[in-house]
Design a protein around this ligand. Sequence first.
Ligand SMILES: Cc1ncc(COP(=O)(O)O)c(C=O)c1O
Length: 357
Amino acid sequence: MTRSMGYTQSEGLTALRQWVVELQRRVHNPPAMGDPTHPANKDIIITSGSADALCKVLESVLSPGDNVLIENPTFPGPFKVLRPLDCNMIPVNADADGMNPENLRRALSRWSPEDAKNPTSDIPKLLYCVPTCGNPTGSCLTLTRKQEIYKLAQEYDLMILEDDPYYYLQFTEPLVPSFLSLDVDGRVMRLDSFSKVIAPGLRLGFLTGPCPMVQKILYKVMQSTSHPSGISQIFVTSVLKQWGHDGFIARSSELRRLYEDKCQQCLVYLDKHLTGLAEWTKPTGGMFIWIKILGIKDSSDVVAKVYQKGVVFITGSVFHIDSSAPSPFIRLSYILATCKEINKALSILAECLKEEV
Ligand SMILES: Cc1ncc(COP(=O)(O)O)c(C=O)c1O
């Protein structure tokens, strides 16, 4: 406690880092981790949540005007960094199995793999994706797709930014291997978060990536946030030490069973209230259901209308690179509301939709 009240290491408290290194080894077993002679050797630092690490990675890798490949639709965090940076976001559309490698190939077809060797080329340097239980879609990239995407990244020399806070919330086991576990070249920067498995208010996560890149981020930390919150780190370290690695994994399993039950109940209420009014796919994990409202071009009015009645959904356009374009989608989160509240909320949404037609 006394140490955590003073300035501490920018890379995070040693005890927490060591715990996390062992977790990454057990869960992802990244190739060449711990081999200082290998270019794919990895380093790990504790971060002030994934959001801060995401911002620092993007700002470290990209310059104004750069092209960058972004899963679409996706978590709007990167938009907030890339718009002011004047980067050109190229959408790579996702479907029920996450980002489609064919769409990535198509997006890259403007360039040839040779362009990656030309420093004046405008070939994208980075691909951003949320591979597991995507926010907003709830879809997971399959291993086959990950392998295809990794191969394309090798061909075009892309860095993959794997933003994976929902990794432990996949409904089916075994968990799909991560990009990190496939990374034989040192081209994956992986963001993990304690927000979805312990608490978001702690503002803690961890970044795993090739040593030179992680070192670059660390310099940014030194001169910005200094280090992640000492108090939060002490708290999390003592909880994790008590649980142990097996305990953490077992607790994550319990959490995902809890979320899956909630999701199942939510799907029953969706069938009851929204059949014929909307379409949705069953999420593969996480916290969200991505719903397409039928017969409308844009969901903003409906979302505003139900908000007046005490129900909050997020409009689909927020998750698209061009957020000014209309979107008939809404994102439902089934975590915080009780089943009774979800039933009521969906009946209110159904009433509003029936009034629209
Ligand atoms: C895909 C994604 N990345 C990052 C974050 C932010 O995570 P953190 O709380 O660790 O900053 C979220 C939060 O909703 C998210 O959905």
